[in-house]
Design a protein around this ligand. Structure first.
Ligand SMILES: [Zn+2]
Length: 271
């Protein structure tokens, strides 16, 4: 499931393939073939939260949000069919090959000068993958009156509070902090709210490497998990049970988006 670290790792993989190359074909689902951008040099690839931003020349940016199902496929040079273009959400071809994005939630070509005002980006909270995160800003956003009755599970997923945490990290952060996912924001201290997002940033940074995501032993075992090694505390672990107390792991859908939350009723009982 794409979270902030997934997109960051994707950008790291794409930079050497695309940066400095000239666009020979650009397809964006909303617009079809974009002939006007052919010949542009790909000058930068960056991320903001879960958004991937590909800069074309000086003036344009292709913004992609993979959503829950989006995936990226690489094509060898001159092997991209029209069918692949039509099936993609967006596709960029250069003389070295092509990168296609399929089943993504959003792909949009935007003038760079409009990017700051772009609705999905302008509303984002501090990016937890930045080197210096403003946690006072995160806390102020979390304390907005309309979020007082939200649960902690809903709060962590709101990219307007802080950008980067997805559904896997949500469950993992709450377990590691011993916090009940259904506890209300208004019943949670400032220090506890900050600690949740600080841990989120720590886990996202720890997973900026190839290989599967790890939260178990993320400090002591920084390498990618070995086969059979426990790598997640609770997410998807209803068969295995809690690694700390051996109680069954519970799961239930949570919030208006009905995203599944995993937690240990014994270790996260404080509500
Ligand atoms: Zn437990």
């Amino acid at each position: 499931m794409p979270e902030g670290d997934t997109i960051h790792n994707l950008a790291t993989r794409l930079r050497p393939l695309l940066c400095g190359e000239q666009v020979t074909k650009l397809w964006v689902r909303e617009r079809g073939a974009v002939a006007a951008r052919v010949g542009d040099e790909i000058t930068d690839i960056e991320t903001k939260g879960k958004h991937l931003l590909v800069t074309l020349g000086e003036g344009w940016v292709l913004r992609v949000h993979l959503g829950m199902k989006g995936r990226v496929r690489r094509f060898a040079a001159e092997t991209v069919s029209d069918h692949a273009c039509f099936a993609s959400t967006a596709l960029i071809e250069t003389a070295r090959g092509a990168i296609g994005v399929f089943d993504a939630a959003q792909a949009e070509l935007t003038p760079r000068r409009w990017l700051r005002a772009q609705r999905q980006l302008a509303s984002l909270g501090p990016d937890l993958l930045c080197r210096h995160v403003d946690y006072d800003d995160v806390l102020n956003r979390a304390r907005a009156p309309e979020r007082a009755e939200w649960t902690l599970g809903e709060l962590l997923l709101d990219q307007r509070v802080a950008a980067g945490i997805g559904n896997v990290y949500k469950s993992e952060i709450l377990f590691m902090q011993g916090a009940n996912p259904w506890q209300r924001v208004q019943d949670t201290s400032d220090a506890s709210i900050k600690a949740l997002f600080e841990l989120g940033s720590e886990l996202l940074h720890a997973n900026l490497r190839p290989g599967s995501r790890r939260t178990v032993g993320h400090k002591t075992r920084p390498h990618a998990p070995l086969p059979g090694e426990d790598r997640l505390w609770v997410y998807g672990q209803t068969r295995r049970g809690c690694l700390k107390c051996h109680s069954p792991i519970s799961s239930r859908r949570q919030g208006p988006q009905a995203r599944t939350t995993y937690w240990c009723r014994n270790c996260q009982s404080d509500a």
